[in-house]
Design a protein around this ligand. Sequence first.
Ligand code: ADP
Ligand code: MG
Length: 747
Amino acid sequence: MNDNQPAVTVLKIDGMHCASCQAPIERALKEVPGVSTISVNLADREVYVDGTTGDAVLITAVAEAGYEAIINREGSFEEADKANRDHYRQLIRNTLLALLVGIPLMIFGFFESAIDSSWTPLRWFWLLTAVLTLGVLMLAGRHFFVGAWQAFKAHSATMDTLIALGTGMAWLYSTIVVGFPELVPEIARHVYFEAASIIIGLINLGQALEQKARSRTSQAIRRLLDLQEKMARVVRDGQEIDLPVQVVVAGDLLRVRPGEKIAVDGVVTEGETHIDESMLSGEPVPVRKTTGEEVSAGTLNKTGSILYCATRVGADTALARIIKMVRQAQNSKPPIGKLADVIAGVFVPAVMLIALAAALVWFNIGPEPQAVYALVTAVTVLIIACPCALGLATPMSVMVGVGKAAEAGVLIRNGEALQTASRLTTMVLDKTGTITAGRPEVVAVVAVGGQSESEVLRLAAGLEAGSEHPLARAVMDAAKNRELEIPKADNFKAVAGHGVRGKVNGHEVLLGNKKLVQGAGVTLDAGAAKIGQDMAEKAWTPMFLATDGQLSAILAVADPIKPDSVEAIRRLLSDGLKVVMLTGDNQRTANAVADQVGINEVRAEVLPDDKKNLVAELQHRGEQVGMVGDGINDAPALALANVGFAIGTGTDVAIESADVTLMRGSLHGVADAIAVSRATLRNIRQNLVGAFFYNAAGIPFAAGVLYPFIGVLLNPIIAGAAMAFSSVTVVTNANRLRLFEFGGSSS
Ligand code: ADP
Ligand code: MG
């Protein structure tokens, strides 16, 4: 990363399990001066802090919120992976220790659990067990107690609080029974050492499995990061030297051989090659590159050896921007997750109150032994309720869904765009450059005023030299192909949505659609009108050329339909979306194109400023509107649409602007985005229902509501298992999304 850019600091935060622990950390970091944005990655328990600040302030801020942060200097996944593996091993060791103590005790408890009030060997044995169990809590359960204490100091309560309280109470009660049996009625002299140990063991096991699954959720971004080359071969003073990519600056000349990756964005200055850009664009066929053409960091050089000049390095490369965007999107939350966060935020105190209430009820109006029932229900309630599953339900699915989309060349800006995309009802497609290739070509020149074809083409090209419209490029190319000398235009003027006008070779010249020439008082005779119509029926765009107030030629431009547009539009229709085609082109041409791709609803001859109004009109009718455009003159409509899809051609993408950027110039990307967003939202809902079922719905049973009816009370160990596995279930279900397959032929 360059020195002059505000850096991203990566903080690894121990004990940040889920949304309920994330909120206080985020709040604390936001208050640090110089911090601009924060994004939290729950998969790796990392926080990315954007801005200009010192490490020490950040660590202090996190500490004040009750957590411990370590700086991951490189922000590298190798470090994150190593930390994750260490964490996993630690959790497994904890599990083994706790279960090795807990399970034999449980078996022994089946035969013998009475406590004598005199110091018999059996009572000595229980005393020893109390010490041993305390050891388990302090070693294998250390992180729960430390976390609970930190939360307590920061005046909050987390999942650790629940576990620490639950197991701590079980141990304390049992120890009192052993140490001072006379304080407890004889019938209530039960010990729960085995429950405390086994619960600690199971929750550690759950966290270990969850750790494994979490790492998998960030696989897509890892793949993108792996594309970044570490070394570059720089040509300096005629010598080729290998240098770390961080020291390459714009303007450096670099060499890349076959089989090597492009290190930074640049322009080819020497040689010719084929480059595999599939990692960025999803486009499987290698692209030929020669002098003057752009190459992108992360793409793979296949055949030739080339020299290229660095244009964008470090955080500016397309790859770096893509990574940054995917990361931020993965860590952002759709609205559906906000509710879960609110619930998770009040969950812990609520559970503690319920536990207390249950204990009081059992103690006062429950059957004998009241103390035991009060204890068991309180512990069970505390242990069964895990706010983490609820807090993980949304972010884990978003992580996988957004990553999955990125793999298919679909960049989704944030969680909100993901959720909205899943609910779209209408898709508006721009014709030029979206349905068609956007590479129009002049296919016919009909001179009608006595001038030669070359002459009219020269005039047309002279005029179009000043225009940036794709049609202008087509006319210029046609003139160049015929090796015509192109005259200069004066008083050039572009009429948006209509055409161009100006003075060429002393003539007043107009070029554009029928409205443009007729509006200027030029008459079209029946013959000319017929020629224009025939062209339009063939899906060509007719352009009328008028010289000094007389029609002099009709030019036809054809813009081929992208080969996969038909299939992609079929996918959108079968997803239940209404598809509308939008264009500034004339009605006939528009209809002909729409026919070929299977679209029924066409809005043609729409002026650039009116595209937005069409979106507004559809929204007014209650539609959720997606709009697909090339992102240049469609920007206002894209911005107004509920979800704007920008077609990025190759790597030259306006990544930051659209809700969804399609790196592949194919409409399949739109269908893919819809499919993945729907699948992700379905997954989130399953997770939320599952988490709720496991935890919240388990609370009344834990509190013993079934007891008066069927005499059943939930065992605290079962509650421990439910808590442990609720988070695992959620993360595992999110990972199922990785297996999701796109419907298209493309990916
Ligand atoms: P779109 O973006 O849907 O292609 P535009 O609003 O850019 O539509 O253009 C609408 C119509 O105006 C074109 O189909 C063409 O007939 C005419 N037109 C616009 N610009 C030019 C130009 N530079 N040269 C010739 N015709 C033009
Ligand atoms: Mg356009």
